[in-house]
Design a binder for this molecule. Structure first.
Ligand SMILES: Cc1ncc(COP(=O)(O)O)c(C=O)c1O
Length: 401
């Protein structure tokens, strides 16, 4: 049996080892890790462990690891995000995590603005729009090209009236990498807080959230972390965490939850004070394998490999005559490439049909309206798969003319 590489992915042998850890790559060309990362083989082992514990230990399992599993899971994730251990709480998804952040603030004084890019993931808009009923004003900053965040324009919108700035590190539609550090610096100069949505970066683009002085970060495990659904995370900067009192809390956030004291909560320390109710135990078992693998390879090594593959994808797509709705400069691009089929005599709205046909031919990708066909290689993909995807896309386009 081949041994797991001790660090990084440097050789073809390492890649074939990691491929053998992800069964789905044997049956299709899996290029959709920006949406649902492939399931690691050892996820089945961890899920079986959960079932065995529930089955054999019953309620005793809570005090044999289940109660602490959120903090432990967050600790595996911490180096991937570039934060200290014991600073992450686990939640169902990004919406819930952002809801908890929003519930730490009031929006009825002069500092009531929430500044967001028009290119944010829709949930972030939907959630904060709901805060208008508590007095929040939402300030949307438009994008000139629907690909990039204009940092100067964005920063100008942040002032003394700004309470919160939710900002994606990598934009979901175009894979553009935003200048999170510049935004945090500006926000802190005027007393505002930044919530980094790390989802599209975590596990494929290195992040140093503590060094950037991020106030909050949220994300989930479904994509590049290969952790499956139901394991969202919330990082809160430790000095800030101690002072915050989220309104969206439950008994798991109490300093002595098993006292079952009624009335006003006495907050636990961090990160548990951001907890809601019963932890999402099976999802946290499922998330572990992906986190362990990503942490053991290391995000810088994953990034180097990702750039080799996305560069090949871009060159191939451009040579075949497709237009890209993604930055071509490596420094500006996260892990996915967005291909607009309209340049090949297809109407833009035919992107969904072309994506469906790619999937029918076993090249697994997705399509986002207003963006295009998204393809996302991860550390388990090969050059041959990239070439096959472009060749298949070209065949479909040629047949459609
Ligand atoms: C940047 C970003 N934020 C948030 C979400 C949604 O997260 P959740 O479903 O965990 O609320 C996504 C999902 O695609 C995303 O890409």
């Amino acid at each position: 049996m081949t041994m797991a590489p001790t660090h990084g992915i440097a050789t073809a042998e390492d890649i074939s080892y990691w491929r053998s850890e992800f069964p789905i790559v044997e049956s299709c060309t899996y290029l959709v890790s920006h949406s649902l990362g492939a399931m690691p083989r050892r996820t089945s082992v961890y899920l079986q462990q959960f079932a065995d514990q529930w089955s054999s230990r019953g309620v005793r399992a809570w005090h044999e690891g289940w109660w602490e599993i959120g903090r432990e899971t967050g600790n595996i994730l911490a180096p991937i995000l570039g934060v200290e251990k014991n600073t992450i709480s686990m939640h169902q998804n990004v919406t819930v995590a952002q809801g908890i952040v929003g519930s730490c603030f009031t929006f009825d004084g002069p500092r009531r603005n929430i500044v967001m890019s028009s290119l944010e993931f829709p949930s972030n808009h939907y959630l904060y729009e709901g805060f208008r009923r508590y007095g929040a004003e939402i300030v949307y900053v438009p994008s000139a090209d629907a690909i990039r965040l204009d940092t100067d324009r964005f920063i100008e919108a942040i002032d003394e009236r700004t309470a919160l700035v939710p900002l994606s590190f990598v934009l979901f539609k175009s894979a553009f990498i935003t200048d999170v550090k510049a935004v945090i610096d500006r926000a802190h100069r005027v007393g505002a807080r930044v919530v980094v949505d790390a989802y599209q970066g975590a596990g494929t683009v290195p992040m140093d959230l503590a060094a950037w002085n991020a106030d909050f970060a949220v994300g989930g495990s479904v994509k590049w972390l290969c952790g499956g659904p139901g394991a969202g995370y919330l990082y809160v900067r430790p000095d800030l965490a101690r002072a915050l009192k989220p309104a969206l809390v439950g008994w798991a956030a109490h300093e002595s939850p098993f006292e079952f004291a009624t009335g006003e909560i006495r907050y636990a320390g961090s990160p548990e004070r951001f907890q809601s109710g019963t932890p999402n135990v099976p999802s946290l078992f499922s998330a572990r394998a992906g986190y362990e693998i990503v942490a053991s390879i290391g995000v810088p090594a994953i990034r180097r490999r990702s750039l080799q593959l996305t560069r090949r994808l871009i060159d191939g797509a451009q040579a075949a005559g497709f237009r890209l709705n993604t930055p071509t400069d490596d420094r500006e691009r996260g892990g996915s490439v967005v291909i607009d089929v309209s340049a090949r005599n297809l109407r833009t709205d035919e992107g969904q049909r072309v994506a469906d046909e790619l999937i029918r031919r076993n090249v697994i990708v997705d399509y986002r309206p207003g963006a295009g066909i998204r393809m996302a290689p991860h550390f388990y993909n090969t050059e041959e798969e990239i070439d096959h995807a472009i060749a298949t896309l070209s065949e479909i386009a040629a047949a459609s003319v």
